[in-house]
Structure formats: structure tokens, C-alpha cells
Design a protein around this ligand. Structure first.
Ligand code: ADP
Ligand code: SF4
Length: 709
């Protein structure tokens, strides 16, 4: 299949990639190709049925042969609130799922549903039922990380029957909704997985003890689901392998080998993964593409059924290699499918250089933890397909002949320029730096952050292919330059600046330290090398303070890291990075002080203070780097706004700030801001609305009679 690329050349699919487009039989259904969007959270519950349907259908449109839901609870005893899970608790829940299935089927893809019982890993905060567990052992991460304090009940034989019956009822509802593949979930600390692990399963009945007994619950879930829907739906098992693979088995290479051998050809599909979110959805800072392989590589040798697995695959060569080497049959994608729903189509059309590759920042996961629809750094349209009517590959025509000037070519400026250019506007982007990329130029040089450069590279490459774009580097613009350039619309994307503010015991930024050996990340970006020993004082709490400390230590300085928060880079708990930040700091000999304020610094000595007890401590350091408050660099904007007559005389119809120049944030905020700016050019204000329709207003869908109920 051929297609014109961005630079107007007819291109065809690379022959090596044809294998990726072969159909794969999965039980009674056939996936049209090997691109399989594995289950992943979307933050879109039954309350947002159209948001969810559009989000998933866009991936089907983009060529994913199978498109799955996130976790769909089978019963109120599996209630993960306040996290935004989905459910199939009763027949009323069918319609909203049917809407998504129909939308996925419209593009010829299969729809899969990840039926799920959370066991002891959920707190049932809304349903107020006692959580279920094999032996009353709480799931550690749930209790420590997410502050639950309700301990689970111990399931008796009747409870086991109940859970299986709830799975069966949900599976039947799933079939009624139109799903083609129905899951059993035995991973990530949820109920099936708790039965598999001896730490959580102390039972002395037929469901505990030997591996054969511990696997029985999962086996019965599969058998019951197959009996209920297996004639028309494929039945998939999603299972975590990391801990089982590390456990010795009497007769097999590991307990993972034993479990897979015992279940072998029972499920129609094996969906294999790691055990906890930080390893399963590893951030690129700490984990490369394909990091799952050493754990899951044996499964395909132990079963004749197809195997799907993930690994943040964005390179078609890596995907082909996974198949040719016999690791996977289907290329699983969660994050790559969020960052670029059209990844398969781009490969099929020979446009793989246009793939918007996931950067592995895990902002998508943070949005699940935030309880909102999925947000993505690379793809500003993710989650906005319905609400804002934003399609990742389709753009409305320009509403005028206005020429657009964007001052600043960081993530916000590049995204605004790209989207405005794709709409057809004549776009100019000017940046004072020698290179485009803004903050990314420095930040991608820090340990583990190289992959984030894809935010710049994807946009810059695309912009360079377009005839309606002028890119000027080494071009600092002042107010008079802007007034003289003859553009009708100006976006100020000049970023932000780190301040030397301290942090008070009232937990607000206060007056700055003025010693000449106090620096900010902007100084480091400009090439300053602080004299060691260095104290990094971080109250930004995202990645930068931790990674700056790691980088300085790597360069040979003795480094102390202090923060008022309870952990280093505390917010990275939201992006699955926190444990690895601490490991990295430890590895590089960085002393970490948490719950700490910086009191004073005289060039040789810093005084830090415990935030609760006030106990002071002196540190012999020659430099301090403060990673704290960041404020917009918006002087250009204010200078121009103070000259309304000049703006009018210059024919400038609009002057706006975007990205960090408006409000300093993470990359995801800058890209979104740039995207929104360009989408909204010449669009009437009343067309910019958020929309969703309550589920009750959805016309009755294709709900068919439940057979066998
Ligand atoms: P954002 O994340 O909002 O895109 P960045 O800080 O990454 O912000 O990028 C801002 C960019 O703006 C930087 O590349 C910087 O060089 C550029 N810039 C700042 N002031 C000017 C100016 N007056 N003229 C041209 N470019 C500018
Ligand atoms: Fe990838 Fe980051 Fe987007 Fe998640 S938010 S899909 S990790 S680019």
C-alpha cells in the first residue's frame, strides 16, 4: 500500500515489515494484524462513554488490530475508587461498552475486555465491602503506597465460587456488548495473582500449597469463562511473570515455567507482563525498549497458543525481531498506542519516520493516579478525541490567511507551529538559541532523559518537511522586531526561568538566597559547573532535582540532596519512577535528606533544618543548586501588551502566551498548550466546548439477548 509522505514522495511499506500485518487466529476469532493494544487504563469510566469509545476507536482507525479496555471490574467487591476503573456489574453497564465495541468494529478491529477482580489490592472505598483475598494478606503496595488500612477477608469455598460466577456473568455481559476477546486477569497484585504467589496464598485447601493447587483458581476462572462464552469469544489470560520466574520450582526451570506449563493451551491467548506498575510500565529514564523480554521469553515455547507482550515498542525493526525470534506473536502496545494511535498505519504506509514515538515519561500513568482521562506528553489529542473533537491526524482548514509568528521553539512553540502548519497556516518559528528544543536541549543531556528528545525530534522533523514553515534559529526577537515582521498572529512561547527562592516552614516559596555560589538549573543549562561539594535543594519535587543531583554526582562532585518532601523527587510516585530515583541517588553516593528546609548558605556552609522538629544541621558545601520555583518568562508579552496602538498599527490581531511562558509546567502542559493554541486559531469561542452525554441518553445499542443466562 502506497501513500504520500509529508515531503510529497510516494512511499510503500518496507517489505521487512509485512510480517507485522499478517492475521493471527486467537481461539474463535482472527486478529487482522499483529498490532495489539493491550489493556491499559484510560481513566474513562462509564460516566464518559463517548470519550472512551472515541479514544479506543481512534486506535482501531490507526491500525491496531485488537483494541482492549482497561480493567473492567466484575463485581462491587472489586472497587478501586477513587481510581477511575470501568465495570460490568450489571446489564446497565453493557450499553456504554457496546458503544466502544461498535466504534472499534467499524474499523475492522477486534475489541477485547480486561475483566478484573482486584482482590486485596483494592480498598472498596465506595462499595464498602470487605476486600477478597486468599489468606487475609494485604497487598503491600496498596497499603503502603496508597494509604489503605482495611485488611482483606479470607475467601472460603463459597467466596471462590462467587468470584468465578461474577466473572462468568461479566463475560456474558461482555459478549452482549460485542467484545471479541474476554480476559481473565492474574497479574499486578490482583486476586488471581494473589492465589499464584505463596506469600499471599497460605491456604491448606485445594487452592493453596503446591503450584498446581495455587494455579487452580485461575484455571477454574478460565474454564468457566470458556464454558460461558468460549464458542464465540477468545479467552485470554493476562498474567505477571516477574516474581514467579524468580522462584525455584521442583521440576521446572522456575515457578513461571510451571504455571505456564500447567495452563499451557487452556487460554486462547497468553498476555504476559511484569508484576508491578514501576517494572511493567517502566519509565524510559530507567528502562529501555523491550525490557520485559528476559522474563517472558520462554512462554511461547511452552504453549501453542499465541502470545502477546509489551516493551514500549516503537521501532518496527524491534517488533519484527520479537516475532522472528519467537518471543511474541502479537506486538502489544499500551503507551506507544497512546502516543501515536496511527503507529501501525504509518508503518503500513512506509511512513515510519513519522511515528510520534512514546518517550516513556509515564505522564499517562500519572493521569490514572490523578483519576482523570489519560493525558500524554507526545499526543495532546489523547483523551480529547470526543470532548474537543481533536483527531490526531486530521486538522481543520485555516479560518483566515493570517500568518503566524511563534517566538520560542521549545516544546510549546514547536507543537503550536506544527499544528498551525498542518492546518495550512503560514508559520514562522524563531528561537534565540542555536538549536530548537528549548528546555529539552539541556534536560535530554541528563542521565536517562535522552529519549525525551523525541518531543523535539518528531516535531522538528515534521516541520522541516513542510513548505509553509520558516524556522529561524539564532534569532532573538524583541518587541520592535515582532511589530515589524508583518504577522497577524503572535504566540509568545519563551518559556520560564528557575528562581533562587527558598521554601519556608509555611511551605511557600520565600525570598531568594543571594550568594554567588547559588545556582539554578538555568545556570547549569548555560554551562556553569558548580564547585563541589554541592547541595541540591529541591522543592519542585518532579524529576529535575533528583536527576540534577544524579548528574552532578556522576560528574564527580560529592552531592547532598535535600527536599521538604518525604521522598526524593516525590511527585515521581505518580510516574512509577520514585523507587528508581532513590536507587540512582544511592548508587551515585548522593546523601538524601527528606523533610528538610534550607535555612542559610554562606558560600562554604549550608544550614538545613528538619521541617517538623526544627533540628538544624550544618553541611560543608561550596555550591547550592536550587530546583524550586519556576516563573514564566513573559516580559516580551507584557512589553507588547503595553503598546496597543503599535500592535494595531502592525496589524497584529492576537498576541498570546503559550506553554511555560503562560504557566510553568511539565512537558505535557507545554505541548498541550501549544496544541490548543493552534487548534483554536480562528475557531469561534462557542465551538470550543467540552462535551459528553450521560449514559442514560445513549440510544439503546445492539444489546442482544444473553444466551445461557
Ligand atoms: P516551553 O516548554 O514552554 O516550550 P522552553 O523553555 O522549553 O518553553 O522554550 C522556550 C524557548 O524560547 C527557548 O528555546 C528560548 O531560547 C526561546 N526564547 C526565549 N526568549 C526568546 C526571544 N526573545 N526570542 C526568541 N526565542 C526566545
Ligand atoms: Fe508515552 Fe509519556 Fe505519552 Fe505515556 S505520556 S504514552 S509515556 S509519551
Amino acid at each position: 500500500m502506497g501513500r504520500y509522505s509529508q515531503n510529497g514522495h510516494l512511499v510503500n511499506m518496507n517489505k521487512n515489515y509485512e510480517i507485522l500485518f499478517e492475521p493471527v487466529k486467537i481461539g474463535p476469532v482472527v486478529a487482522p494484524n499483529r498490532f495489539y493494544q493491550v489493556p491499559h487504563a484510560s481513566g474513562m469510566t462509564e460516566a464518559n462513554p463517548r470519550v472512551r469509545a472515541s479514544f479506543r476507536a481512534t486506535k482501531a482507525e490507526g491500525g491496531w488490530g485488537v483494541v482492549s479496555t482497561g480493567a473492567v471490574s466484575t463485581h462491587p467487591s472489586s472497587d478501586d475508587s477513587p481510581l477511575p476503573f470501568a465495570r460490568l456489574w450489571d446489564d446497565n453497564d453493557i450499553r456504554s461498552h457496546a458503544m466502544a465495541c461498535d466504534a472499534i468494529h467499524e474499523h475492522g478491529s477486534l475489541a477485547a475486555v480486561e475483566l478484573w477482580h482486584g482482590g486485596a489490592a483494592v480498598m472498596n472505598r465506595t462499595s464498602r465491602m470487605a476486600p477478597y483475598s486468599p489468606s487475609g494478606i494485604p497487598w503491600a503496595a496498596t497499603h503502603v503506597g496508597f494509604m489503605g488500612h482495611l485488611r482483606p477477608r479470607i475467601m472460603d469455598a463459597g467466596d471462590i465460587r462467587d468470584v468465578i460466577n461474577w466473572q462468568v456473568a461479566a463475560a456474558r455481559r461482555a459478549r452482549s456488548a460485542g467484545f471479541d476477546i474476554v480476559y481473565i486477569y492474574a497479574g499486578m497484585g490482583y486476586l488471581g495473582y494473589e492465589f499464584l504467589l505463596e506469600e499471599y496464598n497460605h491456604r491448606t485447601d485445594a487452592y493453596g500449597g503446591s503450584v498446581e493447587n495455587r494455579v487452580r483458581f485461575v484455571k477454574e476462572l478460565i474454564e468457566a469463562t470458556k464454558d460461558a462464552v468460549g464458542d464465540t469469544c477468545a479467552v485470554a489470560l493476562r498474567i505477571s511473570m516477574e516474581e514467579l520466574r524468580a522462584k525455584a520450582s521442583e521440576h521446572y526451570a522456575s515457578q513461571a515455567h510451571e504455571v505456564v506449563s500447567l495452563l499451557s493451551d487452556l487460554p486462547d491467548l497468553w498476555d504476559v507482563k511484569m508484576d508491578s506498575s514501576p517494572t511493567d510500565c517502566g519509565a524510559s529514564r530507567f528502562r529501555p525498549e523491550g525490557a520485559h523480554e528476559p522474563v517472558i521469553d520462554f512462554v511461547r515455547q511452552v504453549t501453542d497458543k499465541p502470545v502477546v507482550g509489551v516493551g514500549r515498542f516503537t521501532s518496527p525493526d524491534t517488533m519484527v525481531s520479537q516475532i522472528k525470534r519467537g518471543i511474541l506473536d502479537l506486538i502489544g502496545g499500551a503507551r506507544p498506542s497512546i502516543a501515536d494511535p496511527f503507529l501501525p498505519k504509518k508503518i503500513q504506509q512506509g511512513r515510519e519516520d513519522e511515528i510520534r514515538e512514546c518517550i516513556g515519561c509515564n505522564i499517562c500513568i500519572s493521569s490514572w493516579h490523578d483519576g482523570v482521562p489519560v493525558r500524554c506528553t507526545q499526543n495532546a489529542t489523547a483523551g480529547e478525541e470526543w470532548r474537543k473533537n481533536w483527531h490526531p491526524e486530521v486538522f481543520s482548514k485555516p479560518g483566515s490567511d493570517d500568518q503566524i509568528l511563534i517566538v520560542g521553539g521549545g516544546p510549546a512553540g514547536l507543537e503550536a507551529g506544527l499544528i498551525a502548519a498542518r492546518r495550512g497556516y503560514q508559520v514562522t518559528i524563531a528561537d534565540r538559541a542555536a538549536e530548537f528544543g528549548g528546555r529539552l536541549i539541556y534536560e535530554t543531556s541528563l542521565p536517562g532523559l535522552n529519549t525525551w528528545g523525541r518531543v523535539r525530534d518528531y516535531r522538528l522533523y515534521a516541520l522541516q518537511q513542510m513548505g509553509n514553515v520558516n524556522l529561524y534559529n539564532n534569532s532573538e526577537l524583541g518587541a520592535d522586531d515582532i511589530l515589524g515582521l508583518g504577522h497577524q498572529r503572535v504566540a509568545i512561547a519563551t518559556g520560564s526561568a528557575w528562581t533562587k527562592s527558598l521554601y519556608s516552614s509555611l511551605e511557600i516559596p520565600v525570598g531568594e538566597l543571594d550568594d554567588p555560589s547559588v545556582y539554578t538549573p538555568d545556570d547549569l543549562a548555560a554551562g556553569v559547573k558548580p564547585e563541589g561539594p554541592v547541595l541540591v535543594f529541591d522543592f519542585d519535587n518532579y524529576y529535575l532535582g533528583g536527576v540534577v543531583a544524579e548528574s552532578l554526582a556522576q560528574q564527580g562532585s560529592p552531592v547532598t540532596y535535600a527536599t521538604p518532601a518525604g521522598h526524593a523527587s516525590a511527585w515521581t510516585i505518580m510516574t512509577n519512577e520514585l523507587p528508581f530515583v532513590h536507587q540512582a541517588l544511592h548508587k551515585h553516593g548522593v546523601a538524601v535528606h527528606t523533610q528538610t528546609l534550607l535555612e542559610s548558605f554562606d558560600g562554604n556552609q549550608a544550614t538545613i533544618k528538619d521541617i517538623f522538629t526544627g533540628e538544624a544541621q550544618s553541611l560543608n558545601v561550596n555550591s547550592v543548586v536550587i530546583v524550586g520555583l519556576r516563573l514564566p518568562t513573559d516580559n516580551l508579552y507584557h512589553e507588547l501588551m503595553a503598546r496597543p496602538d503599535d500592535l494595531e498599527a502592525a496589524g497584529i490581531k492576537s498576541l498570546e502566551r503559550i506553554g511555560d511562558a503562560l504557566a510553568a509546567g511539565a512537558l505535557v502542559h507545554a505541548v498541550y498548550s501549544g496544541h490548543a493554541y493552534a487548534r483554536q486559531l480562528d475557531v469561534l469561542q462557542d465551538e470550543l466546548y467540552l462535551r459528553d452525554i450521560p449514559v442514560a441518553e445513549i440510544p439503546p445499542g445492539p444489546v442482544i439477548a444473553l444466551s445461557g443466562d
